[in-house]
Design a protein around this ligand. Structure first.
Ligand SMILES: Cc1cc2nc3c(=O)[nH]c(=O)nc-3n(C[C@H](O)[C@H](O)[C@H](O)COP(=O)(O)O)c2cc1C
Length: 226
């Protein structure tokens, strides 16, 4: 999408503000659909964005509905140069290509996830394995790996029963921050409703406040608030 275009007489039209929709990728990972706090927080974030910008296009990717794990053939296909891939290899990579395309297209990525056994749900790890693609979302440079996704904002909504987000036993937010940074997503904001086993209502209200403030602060220079 171009946010500035020039006519033959060099008049710049549309100087910065994009008239298209803000593109949001919403990734949900809780295996629960009833009373899921992380899904509730996701909805509040996307609802807030909708209210602020008026016009947003949301792509929903519910990884809890099931994604395949990478296989030996899949790994071989992903490391085979695109021009040399067989039809079968392209077919094996098709879902991964779609998931990568969703990330590439998004300007804001919102992930809602619980902590499961001190880390992320297996379904979300399956998604990570499918979007960390050599040549597409990262490459090996002279000085090591280089993330290829650029100019994305990530909002991570994370819930837990007893594990404090940011503590030394939280391998969920630390892992996501690292692996998504590895593929180039480095602008990360974390919203948490953690340790919900005690004072859940208070923590829920605090998370809602955090979200409202975050959405208010969010700057998307190409879009004007509604
Ligand atoms: C399989 C499973 C593992 C869990 N492991 C942890 C954990 O390691 N630490 C923790 O604080 N909470 C743990 N919980 C609690 C969830 O993180 C908590 O209930 C969270 O609110 C779930 O998110 P949701 O409401 O969106 O489903 C676990 C829950 C389940 C179902």
């Amino acid at each position: 999408m171009n946010n500035r275009s020039e006519q033959a007489n060099d008049t710049v039209i549309d100087a910065g503000i994009d008239s298209g929709s803000l593109r949001v990728l919403q990734v949900s990972a809780s295996s629960r659909y009833q009373d899921s706090m992380s899904r509730e927080l996701l909805l509040r974030i996307t609802g807030g964005l909708q209210e602020k910008y008026g016009n947003i296009a949301i792509t929903e990717r519910d990884v809890a509905r099931g994604l395949p794990f990478v296989s030996e053939d899949w790994i071989t296909a992903s490391y085979t140069p695109p021009a040399s891939r067989s039809r079968e290899q392209n077919a094996l990579l098709a879902l991964s290509d779609t998931l990568v395309g969703e990330l590439q297209d998004a300007e804001v990525i919102v992930i809602g996830t619980p902590i499961y056994n001190f880390g992320i749900p297996a379904s979300l790890k399956a998604w990570v394995d499918l979007v960390a693609r050599v040549g597409l979302t990262f490459r090996y440079g002279k000085q090591g790996p280089v993330g290829l996704l650029q100019d994305k904002k990530l909002i991570l909504a994370i819930t837990s029963g007893g594990t404090a987000v940011g503590s030394s036993i939280d391998y969920a937010s630390t892992y996501l921050r690292h692996v998504l940074g590895f593929i180039g997503i480095t602008d990360v904001q974390i919203v948490r409703a953690d340790q919900l086993n005690a004072d859940a209502a208070v923590k829920r209200a605090a998370a809602h406040e955090q979200i409202d403030a975050l959405v208010h602060r969010l700057e998307m220079p190409r879009y004007s608030a509604a």
